[in-house]
Design a protein around this ligand. Structure first.
Ligand SMILES: C[S@@+](CC[C@H](N)C(=O)[O-])C[C@H]1O[C@@H](n2cnc3c(N)ncnc32)[C@H](O)[C@@H]1O
Length: 328
């Protein structure tokens, strides 16, 4: 697939599907071309979010558990599962399994998985596997939450209960992020450890009274040349997407103990800069707090926060909404 062979009308129909209830009424991939067009555009953009998440996992020193297969559930074109296997190395996984309620999606994903990883077994997760107790090494979930009915959520919960680890990426919208936060609380209650995005294992501050309007989200960096590419610009306009902004929410959990250094904070969304100060919506073990950082207190960091991309993990103390001490 390339820009010349891309079928823009297919993309228009997919956009309509994603924006309406059609997405919840059953499989919506009509042809392999639908998946090719999706994979080349929407899927590629989702891949950039996965790149950000995987880079953060590397930064945190996280590696996938050995043993069980990777299962990409709700795989669509399979971009998420391929990103994960590619990032950690196909040699580190026994199998890549894909599942979707669309036959076409599984066909596309297995085909492209096998092409990219010729030495790895890539196959559909059959019913036998889905209904078994077999452990799953990494359960990969991407951009599915707003399409699921109660039955699908129950199936996903049963798979999550078998997973050694889960890497889950969703759009950075209020709705998707808070739904994902609900899964975090459920999984945490079942005894799994939170690897990311959190800097702590406590209850999610987003669900504390008064925080209903907030949501846990971050921004990934799209490839640098994207705004100069007239085809991507055309895609952005036609799909109604701001290419400069790549908001995402995510959750990574693990049954193994998590080595999490105490005292870290995370910036939710982005720092907002004003004359001489910045406002930061801060998450740490004590909950969520709106903080103010004076430029004069930390000019370098103040500047860095303006242009930063990637995980905003910091070590600072705060009193009454003001950052009082920053670890270098
Ligand atoms: C927006 S696409 C995302 C695809 C892919 N995970 C990605 O990130 O690009 C959502 C996918 O979830 C699948 N899906 C929706 N409901 C499902 C269900 N109940 N069981 C399995 N797959 C489902 C759809 O068929 C579709 O392929």
């Amino acid at each position: 697939m390339d820009w010349d062979s891309l079928d823009w009308e297919v993309l228009d129909r997919l956009r309509e599907t994603f924006l309406t209830d059609v997405k919840t009424r059953g499989p919506y991939w009509h042809t392999i071309t639908d998946l090719e067009c999706y994979n080349f555009t929407y899927g590629e953009r989702i891949g950039w979010k996965w790149d950000a998440v995987l880079a953060e996992l590397k930064q945190r020193g996280w590696i996938p558990p050995s043993g069980g297969p990777v299962l990409d559930w709700g795989c669509g074109s399979g971009i998420a599962g391929r990103r994960v296997v590619d990032f950690f190395g196909a040699e580190n996984f026994p199998r890549l399994l894909v599942h979707d309620h669309s036959e076409l999606a599984m066909e596309f994903s297995t085909h492209h998985g096998r092409r990219l990883f010729p030495t790895l077994t890539v196959e559909r997760a059959g019913n036998q596997f889905l209904e078994s107790d077999e452990p799953i090494g990494v359960l990969v979930v991407s951009h599915v939450l707003n399409e699921l009915n109660a039955e699908a959520r129950a199936q996903l919960a049963a798979l999550a209960a078998r997973a050694q680890s889960i890497i889950w990426v969703e759009p950075g919208t209020h709705e998707a992020s808070r739904l994902l936060g609900g899964w975090r609380e459920q999984l945490r209650g079942a005894g799994v450890n939170v690897v990311a995005p959190c800097t702590h294992q406590n209850a999610c501050g987003m669900f504390a009274p008064g925080n209903e309007r907030h949501w846990c989200h971050f921004f990934a960096a799209p490839p640098a040349n994207i705004y100069a590419d007239s085809q991507w610009v055309k895609f952005g306009q036609r799909a109604g997407i701001d290419l400069r902004s790549l908001p995402y929410s995510f959750l990574v959990v693990d049954r193994r103990p998590v080595n999490q250094a105490a005292g870290y904070s995370r910036i939710i969304g982005e720092a907002r800069h004003y004359k001489g100060y910045a406002k930061i919506f801060n998450c740490d073990a004590s909950g969520l707090t709106e903080l103010m950082m004076q430029k004069r207190d930390a000019p370098e960091l103040f500047k860095a926060l303006k242009h930063s991309a990637g995980p905003e993990l910091h070590q600072w103390t705060h009193v009454n909404g003001r950052i009082t001490h920053i670890e270098s």
